[in-house]
Design a protein around this ligand. Sequence first.
Ligand code: UD2
Ligand code: MN
Length: 586
Amino acid sequence: IATSIVWVLVDVIILFYYLEPSPTPSPEAHRGIRAGRHVENSANKELHDDKNNEDHRKVDMDVDPDTKRILERLLSIQSFGAPHHGQGGTGVSVPEDQKKEQDKRFLENQFNVLASEMISINRSLPDYRSESCKSNAQGLSTQILPKTSIIIVFHNEAWSTLLRTLHSVVNRSPRHMIEEIILIDDKSDREYLRKPLDVYLRRFPVSIQIVHLPERSGLIRARLTGSAMAKGKILLFLDAHVEVTEGWLEPLLERVAKDRKRVVAPIIDVISDDTFEYVTASDTTWGGFNWHLNFRWYPVPKRELARRGNDRSVPIQTPTIAGGLFAIDKQFFYDIGSYDEGMQVWGGENLEISFRVWMCGGSLEIHPCSRVGHVFRKQTPYTFPGGTAKVIHHNAARTAEVWMDEYKAFFYKMVPAARNVDAGDLSARVQLRNNLQCKSFKWYLENIYPEAPLPSEFKSLGAVTNEKEQTCLDTNGKKDGQPVGLQNCHGAGGNQAWALTGKGEIRSDDLCLSSGAAYQIGDAVRMEKCSAGRSNPKHIFKLKSESGVLMHVKTGKCVAAKGNEVLLNECDESKAQKWLLEGLRP
Ligand code: UD2
Ligand code: MN
């Protein structure tokens, strides 16, 4: 469990790394703040205008007393267009005397529920689009685009974030493009998410359907329940704690309408889990994954920027999508096998659908003209029936077994515990891959994701044992810039899982062995982030396979063990310079 939480943390950190500074909210937004009303919109004044703040808190007459009581309480707490809090995407801070309460309630959803409640569920957001996106949008507004069914699944979502999601969608989407909104309540145990929510939903001027599932089915199967009900030509999945921005919908629908095999995601901006500030994410970030089979954000490589003619309004072809927010043609979704019903609770489905779409003839895009904010969390707030690690390994193993061919070995080397979980019956998914005559994972790595941490060509995979010390190369769990270590060989992979790649890198996930910047005899061998495109000359080694000597090509020195240090020394063919590479292939 600890490791999976750490991965989530790492992902969040990586994400913040690529953030750009948040633009200052537009003057209009400020004016909107002062007038106490929202300026950027739109057709449905009835939900939007704050002049009837009191009206928002009134509950229909025909509601039973219990529901009425709960709803009245919720509506009295919830801010409807408070004059300034959070407007224009700004953050809020909870008053000092409520910090205790804040910390307590943070645990409810692993974000600052109190801050969220201070912010209007109709808050304004700046229009973050570039000029070229805006001018493209004018063309779009006259086109007839197919209608979409928006599917939102949730388990114990906070009232304010769920409602803000719905209001933002209704406020910022052309009404005629929305067939319906489908909510799937994945067996929440919070009272307010049942009847009070049902009653509240009547207020919306679009068709909203809600299903309360009798059993917890996990987000994957919950989405399948939603998609089975959908009447729109296009399905659009969203998480339950997002805020869409002006013009978000049209570009997604247009790309799917033009080519039904495209699966299109927006840029996912960050809504702070602490202040609820809306912070824009980089528009040159795409999706990848690592040996753990975690989804990760990485910078878009130059070749893809060039393919787009360096036009920042052209969609990015991405190797993977984050999973939560995307549009897909309904028929295509079913043609390529929707989701794997054998997956549980959370995790894994995003890489599974990503690999499948590319390998089976579709494509994945991130549209830079569509921006949706999402509350990224450092931990999941809800339970994982069956155990967190077990569930996550189960889902990832299903993906690896069905889609990754011989490359699944990287996952099992890095996450040996995944070998011990039962992946369940895979026959239907294997059958699906055969029926669709999908391409190989090697094809995907070579053609769609050559920058992957997982190399398409590799000469060995597993432990690297020193002949003299009889110890193994070990990352020691350290990061970029640290010397690589030697530890007793435990045979369990993880920190001792290394690949000698076709290019000559010795890498463990995204860390490559390297000489120091200005090499001197006897320097320690360090770990550095591998480069995504052409490899860094400092990272290239040559294995003399008869002897097990690993020579650093740039310096002509050899990798040598000395105690528990690993050095680059004058080559001498001694036992200290001989290494046994597990899984060495001719
Ligand atoms: C990301 C995705 C998420 C999903 C996940 C991997 C984004 C922004 N989010 O994680 O959509 O692809 O990776 O699985 O790309 N939920 C249920 N039942 C459950 C568990 C979750 O309905 O048993 C709901 C949950 O309330 C939420 C949605 O599923 O609305 C996604 O869950 P999350 O927000 O905890 O996932 P996140 O954003 O960490
Ligand atoms: Mn989420």
